[in-house]
Design a protein around this ligand. Structure first.
Ligand code: FE2
Length: 257
């Protein structure tokens, strides 16, 4: 495989996903892997799944905790009130009876077919972490927890592992370092023979203080972090206009938190 892109945590944000897809296309990249949380939080779950299914090449997609919460209501008990309201609203949107049932069924078939992990070349893909693929978070402060990091690296069955879930992009090394993409030259990380963990950040709800959509591309041993501007104000307006989605989910888009 020559080069491919990795996206995660789209969260029903079609404006952000559209801008990212455009950026991926402009780089001549066709192969895309998605680390989950296609839905949840945002106003366009149906359109977001359509965009994944309609990309010219089949996209390998992992199951995130929001997909898990849709498929298994019991697993949403760990969600805070705002995330749970959004999941309930999303479930209704995907079951909307004003659409033909075949159309709704297409979304539920997509969700039901998502796997917990995937592999491509030297890379392992999960939503959360190699230890707990759906739920465990990887955050910059974890680089200071040697025991946690040791176990995560131990659980990797490939030299490189890509995760999402925390919505904070960066590189984690076995030496206990964390690098935000802004801390590495041109946002490009050159892989060495050591195991390395990468968080690709979030397309639809970034939380590192930068409102732009985040994703990663790989070519050979080079991992490149990208940020793409999109019209977050229209997404905010759609969320404000949707009774079932808490305003807080719009407010945070303009803060990148
Ligand atoms: Fe997420």
């Amino acid at each position: 495989m020559s080069s491919f892109a990795i996206i995660s945590d789209l969260h029903s944000n079609t404006e952000a996903l559209g801008a990212v897809f455009e950026d991926i296309r402009s780089r001549g990249i066709e192969e895309v892997v998605c680390l989950g949380d296609v839905i949840g939080y945002g106003p366009n779950p149906r359109q977001c799944i359509d965009m994944i299914l309609d990309w010219p090449r089949p996209i390998q997609c992992i199951r995130g905790n929001h997909e898990e919460a849709l498929l298994d209501e019991g697993s949403a008990t760990e969600f805070n009130d705002k995330a749970r309201s959004a999941i309930d609203w999303t479930r209704d949107a995907l079951n909307d009876s004003q659409f033909p049932w075949e159309e709704n069924e297409r979304y539920w078939n997509f969700l039901g077919g998502l796997k917990e992990r995937a592999h491509l070349d030297d890379n392992l893909f999960v939503h959360g972490s190699p230890r707990d693929p759906i739920r465990e978070y990887l955050l910059p402060r974890d680089s200071q927890k040697p025991e946690k990091m040791r176990v995560l690296f131990e659980r990797m069955d490939r030299p490189k592992c890509f995760v999402g879930h925390s919505h904070v992009p960066g590189v984690y090394t076995t030496a206990g370092e964390y690098f935000h993409p802004n801390d590495i030259s041109d946002g490009v990380y050159q892989c060495n023979s050591e195991k390395t963990l990468f968080n690709v950040g979030s397309v639809g709800q970034p939380r590192d203080g930068d409102v732009r959509a985040s994703y990663v591309s790989i070519a050979g041993g080079e991992i490149r972090f990208h940020r793409v501007e999109y019209d977050y104000r229209s997404v905010m307006q759609k969320i404000y206009a949707t009774a079932g989605l808490p305003d807080y989910l719009a407010d945070r888009l303009e803060k990148g938190r």
